[in-house]
Write a protein of this length. Structure first.
Length: 416
């Protein structure tokens, strides 16, 4: 254990923090999917001195926003009060974390003062960097651009799909790590299905312009999705990075990586669904816990910080080399809790996370491809006796009804 980390020693005056904020045995930064799930599991294990630092008074089930954007689910079904979800006996510090000092073992908050910890769980979620694309914020204020990455805009996405009468329907995806990397293509499929049913596919063109190298990284699922793209006649373009939007003229400007260099390409759209670049929150980037890309350091198997053994990280802001999805967090949380408890007892972390993630890829209003895989890109199906490497109606029902029920009733209560 690092000389600077002594979680079991008595509290001393040199480690005192602002008295109104106090010190806790375990502090969790973030009250989203990862933070609440970990807190619930810790409480069920008997831990009784836990604090969560979370500014929002609302908690969102974001995976359903794709279906909200397609008019297939109501927005109000995706939001609940944060206060209802904080596990009983856990202190909620409703503020923004702004600074982490892993030597003093404190977390600074926006309202002033510091929260002390013996053990820290870093789970603040991901940051949406709207201003990295000039004109993107302004474009969202027009009547032709929306995004499913914000609660208040997801219903607008369906209004744009409903109003489409032809021309170019543009769907973008930035390069790099983003939460739910399948979401940008899912809404393109649903819009295409809507246009097909309305007889509009022949009068319009659906363009999916992605900063990724292909439609999906795992070969088995990529083959299926390439068939979906071909079925709808989607113009799928890869290595397309959106670098500017000119909403007054409905233009999207891309830098496109070619073998001969980078080319600037402009696409004129009638409607567009955009996704911003994303990164770890700024306070994580500037903290000693960050790697060179700004993500919170974590061993890929144990989720323990390699420099500070009393710090663990999971979820979207961590450096774990897997998809940033709720399904990944569901598998990360029990590993983190087991290892945190082991370290608290003076032992070594023994539980292992294999990189499991899943991406429920909705391909129409009545079909879904459930892509499950591990660190090695190997398909890891969790439902026996059925072929999950194809589009299925029962998987669509799982997405629409089963997964939300599991999330609210089991996962956030520490049962799944």
């Amino acid at each position: 254990m690092s000389p600077s980390v002594e979680p079991n020693r008595p509290h001393s005056a040199s480690r005192a923090v602002a008295p109104e904020l106090g010190r806790h045995r375990i502090v969790i930064i973030g009250g989203g999917t990862a933070g609440i799930t970990v807190a619930a599991r810790l409480r069920r294990s008997g831990q009784d001195d836990i604090a969560i630092i979370e500014p929002s008074d609302k908690h969102y089930y974001q995976p359903l926003w794709t279906l909200v954007g397609a008019g297939a689910a109501p927005a109000d079904e995706t939001v609940r009060s944060e206060a209802q979800l904080i596990p009983e006996g856990v202190r909620w510090i409703q503020d923004h974390a702004t600074e982490i000092d892993p030597v003093a073992q404190t977390v600074g908050v926006k309202g002033g003062g510091r929260v002390g910890y013996d053990f820290l769980v870093v789970a603040p979620g991901i940051q949406l960097d709207w201003d990295k694309v000039p004109g993107m914020r302004e474009a969202l204020e027009t009547d032709s651009v929306s995004t499913n990455y914000l609660f208040q805009y997801a219903p607008k996405t369906f209004r744009l799909i409903e109003s489409f009468q032809g021309g170019v329907a543009l769907f973008t995806q930035p390069p790099g790590a983003i939460k739910c990397a399948g979401a940008p293509q899912k809404i393109a499929y649903l819009a295409s299905d809507y246009f097909r049913k309305a007889g509009l596919l022949e009068r319009g063109k659906v363009v999916f312009a992605s900063g990724a190298k292909s439609i999906f990284a795992v070969a088995e699922f990529r083959k299926v999705l390439e068939g979906v793209v071909a079925r709808y006649g989607i113009d799928a373009r890869f290595n397309y990075e959106l670098v500017e939007m000119r909403p007054e003229s409905k233009l999207a400007i891309f830098d496109v990586k070619r073998e001969t260099g980078t080319e600037r390409v402009t696409i004129k759209y009638n409607i567009a669904h955009v996704v911003p670049p994303q990164s770890a929150p700024d306070f994580i980037k500037k903290s000693p816990l960050a790697n060179k890309e700004g993500w919170a350091k974590a061993d890929k198997f144990t989720l323990q910080n390699p420099d500070y053994p009393n710090v663990f990280a999971l979820g979207d802001a961590s450096e774990l080399p897997t998809s940033r999805t709720g399904a990944a967090i569901r598998k990360q949380a029990p590993v983190l809790v087991d290892n945190l408890l082991a370290v608290m007892r003076g032992g070594e972390p023994a539980a292992r996370y294999d990189g499991y993630a899943s991406c429920p890829l909705v391909t129409s209003y009545d079909s879904m491809l459930l892509a499950e895989f591990d660190y090695d890109g190997k398909p890891t199906p969790s439902i026996p006796f059925i072929d999950l490497q194809k589009e299925r109606y029962d998987m669509y029902l799982l997405k629409r009804y089963g997964l939300p029920a599991m999330y609210w009733n089991l996962m956030l209560r520490g049962f799944a």
